[in-house]
Write a protein that binds this ligand. Structure first.
Ligand code: 13P
Length: 287
């Protein structure tokens, strides 16, 4: 059931658990995530980066595919179709395409411009019944060409953005997209705590979910994180399972070259990863 992320995140924040945001790349990814959410009776957010949207030929294709798949699979758990790290133009494209949620990442603008653009998009998104995520303080690492240095957000700026009425707020707390380097300092819980104190009931978003130690994720949830984004970990799981299949020569046996067979181990690996994350985040049975 396609919905905005507003209610599911409000419930998550109140219930002290988090909803998983899993990035999608194609039909297999989408199907694996939707089926796992349904099986576990968990709400879920499908994240689409601008690069992935382009890869899938456009946001219109993505929205049509997700809507049709949701219906054909008989999905009854709440599903939000969400633009990940959207540009100003990308947000408008997704609003038109029929997404149910957007993220406007204005973290690379000066705070005044971030506030101004976010305010405008909040009004437009809410007018369409959509939810909106904003960002303060860049997330580290590289994602689809967007490079952040992993700075910690200023809690006072977080409050300014929260006051615009966004539905969820991504604030840098030392988190990084992709694999964490060996010398990573860890999440700044001090910053997270200060942000939560300033922003109160606002559901906070933890980007860069791949590779954060489980105990840190759990602690972040106790400090107000209600959405955790995971991308790279599903890609690595898919890659490892596919590699094993090919290295074992399974694609050379019988009809092992059939794409439905070739991609099956990777799909199962994505499902297992999503399941483990939903269990860790505490969203199982919360639909
Ligand atoms: P990872 O690729 O590190 O899991 O980060 C995902 C993310 O934050 C998407 O916005």
């Amino acid at each position: 059931m396609l919905v905005s992320a507003t209610e599911m995140l409000k419930k998550a924040k109140e219930g002290h658990y988090a909803v998983g945001h899993f990035n999608i790349n194609n039909l297999e990814w989408t199907k694996a995530i939707l089926q796992t959410a349904q099986e576990l009776n968990s709400p879920v957010i499908l994240g689409v980066s601008e690069g992935a949207g382009k890869y899938m030929t456009g946001f219109g294709t993505v929205a049509s595919m997700v809507r049709a798949m949701d219906k054909d699979l008989g999905i009854t758990v709440p599903v939000a179709l969400h633009l990940d790290h959207g540009t100003y133009d990308g947000c408008y494209k997704c609003i038109k395409a029929g997404f149910t949620s957007i993220m406007f990442d204005g973290s690379h603008y000066a705070i005044e411009e971030n506030l101004e653009k976010t305010k405008e998009l909040v009004a437009v998104a809410h007018g369409m019944g959509m939810s909106i995520e904003a960002e303060v303080g860049a997330i580290g690492g590289e994602e689809d060409g967007v490079v952040g240095m992993g700075e910690c957000a200023d809690p006072a700026e977080c409050k300014q953005i929260a006051d615009l009425g966004v539905d969820m707020l991504a604030a840098g707390i030392g988190n990084i997209h992709g694999k964490y380097p060996a010398n990573w300092a860890g999440l700044s819980f001090e910053t997270l705590d200060a942000i939560q104190q300033k922003t109160g009931v606002m559901p906070l978003v933890l980007h860069g979910g791949t590779g954060i130690p489980e105990e840190m994720v759990k602690k972040a949830i106790t400090l107000g994180v209600a959405k955790v984004n995971v991308n790279t970990e599903c890609q690595l799981a898919f890659q490892e399972a596919t590699r094993k299949y090919v290295e074992a020569g399974k694609d050379l046996e019988g009809k092992g070259f059939d794409p439905r067979k070739l991609l099956a181990p990777g799909v199962e690996a994505i499902k297992a990863t999503v399941k483990a994350k939903m269990e860790l985040f505490g969203s199982v049975g919360r639909a």
